[in-house]
Write a protein that binds this ligand. Structure first.
Ligand SMILES: *Cc1c(COP(=O)(O)O)cnc(C)c1O
Length: 409
């Protein structure tokens, strides 16, 4: 539900946001129905949401949890990772990817990414392997699908577990299949910044029944019988606590919203792809700008629409962000790089995180030189044209910087 437009115009002129979830009366009614049912914690709607997600993703099983971060943590636990193990992750990702590795006492080792997709590849993962590497978390960044088949082949050859962090990539496709649906382990996010939202929420997809069963137990304090099953039983049920678990449950109020959002997913993706095509057309001729696009093997849901300012783009990333803001457009810096954050600073030979000897040159360039432009369901084609016009004007109004290296791209 959009805020009251009259109230918005009375204050400062509206700034075009970078992202706005698409929620309506149907979501509000579904949430109200869950409240009226009296069952507000994890219950029948969570179970129904799990079945609907499995069907949509072509997944063997889906365990719905309180966030994607929780799903990644559970993936690390069920994959058996712990102290002494190295897990290869991209530095160019939201911090939760690397944090999940630390939650189980393992060490994140950062891999560089491919400049075309911003994703790790079999080659960048291989360059980050250590004698202690036991697993890889590969991210479908911003909804852009990973080239996962060569990564699976590498992991199989080396005996590594592969977790797909598909937080942003619900409904993206890889060789005609839904991203993550056939993964051994894949995690999705339903945070409002993503395509499909439940407020907060996440899901873990797995093709191994024993991992699904353990993840269901771990999300609920390690209980042998779920609270919902105990409640529904007509007999006395005394539960056991089999191992140390967590409270990673989603509520039925959230799942009710998620069920409505999931029915809208194809519309959400189609709209994004239409608007992305308008951006791609309108920005094609801007000098020095490289615009994200589908890879040859799949389709993006365009959860994030990013552009890279190459060396021949006049001006810095922050100058572009300021120019856009003066034009009433809220954009964002590109994806963060975990290896440059204080929580991971040190990299190198510090025992609690590491980077390859050759460094992470593509990650460094992309995090410094990319911008995420507004893209959301209710944006109009003319909003997109306005943003593109502002980017074009920024490129034309900023004098080209003399520099030693204008040619490397
Ligand atoms: C958003 C995001 C997460 C975290 O998702 P939450 O649901 O907020 O925990 C993890 N990884 C990536 C790549 C993300 O973009």
């Amino acid at each position: 539900m959009s805020p009251d437009p009259a109230a918005a115009t009375a204050a400062a002129p509206a700034v075009l946001p970078v992202m706005r979830p698409w929620l309506g009366e149907e979501e509000a009614a579904a949430a109200a129905a869950a409240v009226r049912s009296g069952w507000v914690a994890q219950g029948p709607r969570v179970a129904e949401f799990e079945r609907a997600l499995s069907a949509r993703l072509g997944a063997a099983d889906t365990v719905v949890v309180s966030s994607c971060t929780a799903a990644l943590h559970l993936a690390m636990v069920v994959a058996g990772l712990g102290p002494g193990d190295d897990v290869v992750v991209p530095s160019l990702s939201f911090i939760a990817t690397a944090n999940a590795v630390r939650y189980v006492g393992a060490r994140p080792v950062f891999a560089d990414v491919d400049p075309a997709t911003q994703n790790v590849t079999a080659a960048t993962i291989e360059a980050a392997l250590t004698p202690d590497t036991r697993a890889v978390i590969a991210v479908d960044q911003g909804g852009m699908p990973l080239d996962v088949d060569p990564i699976r082949a590498l992991c199989l050859r080396r005996g590594l577990e592969l977790v797909q962090d598909s937080a942003c990539a619900i409904g993206s496709t890889y060789r005609g299949r839904a991203v993550g649906g056939d993964a051994a382990l894949a995690a999705y996010s339903f945070h409002p910044r993503k395509l499909l939202t439940t407020g907060e929420g996440g899901a873990l997809v797995t093709n191994r029944p024993e991992w699904a069963a353990r993840a269901r137990r771990l999300r609920e304090h390690g209980m042998s019988v779920s609270a919902a099953d105990r409640h529904a039983s007509s007999r006395i049920v005394i539960e056991d606590y089999v191992e140390t678990g967590f409270n990673y449950r989603m509520t039925d109020v959230q799942a009710a919203i998620g069920l409505v959002q999931l029915r809208r997913l194809d519309d959400l993706i189609a709209r994004r792809r239409t608007l992305a095509a308008v951006y791609q057309q309108a920005l094609a001729a801007v000098p020095g700008l490289r615009v994200c696009a589908d890879p040859p093997y799949g389709t993006s849901n365009y959860q994030s629409f990013w552009v890279e300012l190459t060396d021949s783009f006049p001006g810095t990333r922050n100058e572009l962000l300021e120019h856009l803001l003066r034009d009433g457009i809220s954009a964002r810096r590109g994806i963060m790089a975990a290896h440059r954050e204080p929580a991971y600073d040190g990299g190198g030979d510090r025992r609690d995180s590491a980077s390859p000897r050759a460094g992470l040159p593509v990650t460094d360039r992309l995090t410094d030189r990319t911008v995420i432009l507004p893209l959301f369901h209710e944006m109009t084609e003319s909003d997109v044209e306005r943003v593109a016009g502002s980017v074009r004007a920024a490129a034309e109004s900023t004098p080209a910087r003399p520099g030693p290296d204008q040619s490397h791209r």
